[in-house]
Write a protein that binds this ligand. Structure first.
Ligand SMILES: [Zn+2]
Length: 222
């Protein structure tokens, strides 16, 4: 009877579905994550606890589970939320990666880190302890370089896949790159890509400060 009641919980049903669809695995990875671009609120918690419940259900079934939580702290700082102090100072960091904006409370290493710490210190109180991944650190250590290069190699295919799902008025116009660049001089993402050398180099110019970097496709072509 109890078993039946347990099996009807949506988390158990989801766990059973994962095993059914993915097959027997040595380990199941459950993932969640957000951009720490402002106060992490109860709506964000809904996603965290949903994934945690599925991870628990899988563990109850005797499975080994890795729950990763991705902090997308290399995303661009698009807008200063109204509830933040030091509005003017934060405004000057718009279009930077949020990991480079300062903590307006001067408590943590950055704006992004402040919001991460708020969550990371609270979650253990409700028994949730995911493995945190920090995307700024991962991007900057070239961890994704291989994947980015692969996307560049297949950019025409990627573009046609994206266009397949767009109507005539929204097809991608002109050149399209599966990557965006933060300017090496002013740190903003207001850049246009000029070329890829077919290897590890992209050239770009910055519309915000005029900086140019990289030799362009022709010069680097082997
Ligand atoms: Zn610049």
């Amino acid at each position: 009877m109890d078993k039946q009641r347990e099996a009807s919980h949506w988390a158990d049903e989801t766990a059973a579905k994962i095993i059914r669809e993915k097959g027997e695995k040595e380990q199941y990875t459950c993932a969640s994550g957000i951009t720490p671009s402002g106060t992490v609120h109860i709506g964000n918690f809904r996603e965290i606890i949903s994934v945690d419940l599925v991870a628990r259900a899988l563990r109850d079934m005797g499975k080994k589970v890795r729950f990763i939580y991705s902090w997308d702290d290399y995303d661009v700082f698009r807008k200063v939320p109204k509830n933040m102090p030091k509005q003017d100072e934060l405004q000057s960091y718009l279009r930077f990666p949020i990991t480079m904006a300062p903590d307006p409370w001067d408590r943590d290493a950055s704006y992004a880190r402040h919001h991460e710490v708020d969550v990371e210190t609270m979650l253990p109180f409700v028994g949730i302890q995911p493995e945190y991944l920090y995307q700024a650190e991962r991007y900057r250590s070239s961890r994704y370089a291989g994947g980015i290069r692969k996307a560049l190699e297949h950019r025409d295919t990627l573009k046609s896949i994206l266009d397949k799902f767009r109507d005539e008025d929204h097809k991608i116009q002109g050149e399209w790159w599966p990557v965006s660049i933060f300017c090496d001089t002013c740190n903003r993402d207001d850049t246009d890509i000029d070329g890829w050398d077919g290897d590890w180099g992209l050239s770009y110019h910055c519309n915000a400060c005029g900086h140019k970097e990289g030799g362009g496709r022709k010069e680097h072509m082997k």
